[in-house]
Design a protein. Structure first.
Length: 150
């Protein structure tokens, strides 16, 4: 019985966190943009790098974490350059007309812009027609930005 209650609590917590995150214009479960990963590191290091909770910046209603003060300062100076497209929600999902969560290791930089996908499998779909999906997502995002995903 205790195990069942424990699992139910996890499911409820995950549902609440996901619902809150998908109402926000930024994918930020628990208030952490990009699950706590440093957005600048994708450009500088070419890989996902966890941010440090002591090096943060509030932007668009979420807390962004950075691996270094230098990365934080670069983001602060030009957040539009480093913040992911579609608030960090899945770019493929946005092209299909809905918000979806993302994983830090399913990412792409295209034409100087950072995009995330739900997972690596969805990223494969995204890459089959990236330009077409970007065009559709750019059209859909203004309609989805402030809406709940349900």
């Amino acid at each position: 019985m205790k195990r069942l209650i424990f699992y139910l609590a996890i499911v409820i917590f995950a549902s609440i966190t996901t619902a809150w995150a998908q109402q926000s214009p930024v994918f930020a479960p628990g208030g952490q943009a990009l699950r706590g990963y440093d957005p600048v590191a994708y450009f500088i290091d070419g890989k996902p790098v966890p941010g440090d909770s002591t090096i943060s910046y509030a932007y668009q209603g979420a807390t962004w974490y950075f691996a270094s003060a230098k990365n934080r300062d670069m983001f602060k100076a030009d957040p539009e350059k480093y913040a992911p497209q579609y608030g960090g929600y899945c770019a493929y999902g946005t092209s299909q007309g809905h918000k979806a969560p993302t994983e830090p290791d399913a990412w792409t930089i295209d034409n100087g812009k950072l995009y995330f996908n739900y997972n690596k499998k969805v990223q494969t779909l995204w890459n089959k027609d990236r330009a077409g999906h970007i065009q559709k997502a750019d059209t859909n995002w203004p309609l989805l930005k402030d809406k709940d995903s349900h």
